[in-house]
Design a protein around this ligand. Structure first.
Ligand code: TXA
Ligand code: MG
Length: 315
């Protein structure tokens, strides 16, 4: 299949409206979209990524009026979060509307819903004739794509169209909050921090698997994620480590002596934005070990820590 590259959100939406699969920029990471009214296109999304069929997709909407097309019940907690954080890097899990096919939600009674803030994403979604189901636009298991070039690397020839935009400004996938029950639960940390969520919903809890036999609340949590080919090791600036050849470092502190490549970030915003593209850069340069500074569980550090632990196979 030939993948058409375009800078026109309207042209990209035409592909989607004809049953095509289209990658598009968002402020978190690039998404790989199919219209929820196009069942064949949804299957194609799973095929293109090599994604297991039991891992549900997030549905992207353009405006709050579309909420009623995807959710069947918007409770008071959801209203608070929508009012405060939509559009933006937040996904809400709500009871699904019958219009959302089982192939999107992997048979769950709930659906993840997000309204991105990125202007190109919004223009694209405004031209789409139905809500857009979209996982991150990367091959399953690899780091998410935060630039159109990364999408191209993974998916050229497997998708109908790639809408080129700027690199994602956040670089980490959205915060996910399960909001279908009485008590809201943070399922995935992201740029909307736990502290920000607690400021409006103090009773929100953090999901943690306590029993390995338990089915995870978010099916995607059971799969390996975000992993570069290189091994991930954690580096503390007060430690002395013996660096092997072909090693790299990313973090806020100075790098350990002897690494071949490094990225020192000014703050967590930059760390989050650069993390996945640095992983991909290291793989392209045959790096074998990436030393990473592991942030504490506060603010945006929580999301970076989560992605690092998953990439290292430690979650
Ligand atoms: O920032 C993002 O969220 C990006 C952009 C493209 O919007 N999308 C994204 O999608 O990261 P994906 O498919 O890579 O991750 C979605 C996660 C998966 O772990 C999936 O299991 C979970 O959301 N999820 C989707 N629907 C769910 C549901 N109904 N209940 C619980 N978890 C759900
Ligand atoms: Mg993903």
């Amino acid at each position: 299949m030939q993948t058409i590259l375009t800078d026109s959100a309207e042209e990209a939406a035409d592909f989607l409206n004809c049953g095509g699969v289209v990658a598009f920029p968002t402020e978190t990471v690039y998404g790989l979209g199919a219209g929820i009214c196009h069942p064949e296109a949804i299957k194609k999304v799973f095929r293109a990524k090599g994604r297991p069929g039991d891992n549900p997709l997030i549905v992207h909407i353009y405006c709050l009026e579309q909420l009623a097309d995807v959710a069947s019940d918007i409770n008071s907690n959801a209203r608070v979060l929508i009012e405060r954080f939509f559009p933006g890097p937040l996904t809400l899990v709500l009871k699904k509307n019958l219009l959302v096919p089982d192939s999107v939600t992997a048979g769950l009674e709930t659906v993840g819903i997000r309204c991105p803030a990125n202007l190109v994403a919004r223009e694209f979604l405004s031209h789409c004739s139905c809500p857009v189901a979209a996982p991150s636009a990367n091959l399953s298991g690899l780091p998410s794509a935060t630039s159109w070039e990364s999408v191209y690397e993974d998916l050229n020839g497997k998708i109908d169209c790639l809408l080129r935009g700027k690199p994602s400004t956040i670089g980490l996938e959205s915060t996910i909050v399960e909001c279908s029950g009485t008590l809201p639960v943070l399922l995935r940390a992201g740029a909307i921090t736990l502290e920000q969520l607690r400021a409006v919903l103090p009773e929100i809890s953090v999901y943690a698997v306590t029993d390995e036999r338990e089915v995870p609340k978010s099916p995607g949590l059971k799969y390996p994620h975000y992993a570069p080919k290189a091994s991930i090791l954690f580096y503390n600036v007060n430690e002395t480590v013996t660096i092997g050849p072909s090693s790299a470092y990313i973090g806020l502190s100075d790098p350990p002596e002897g690494v071949a490549l490094f990225k020192i970030c000014k703050n967590f915003d930059e760390y989050g934005r650069e993390l996945f593209s640095f992983f991909r850069y290291c793989d392209a340069h045959d790096i074998k070990v990436i030393y990473c500074e592991l942030p504490a569980n506060t603010g945006l550090g929580r999301a970076i820590r989560d992605r690092l632990l998953r990439a290292a196979g430690r979650l």
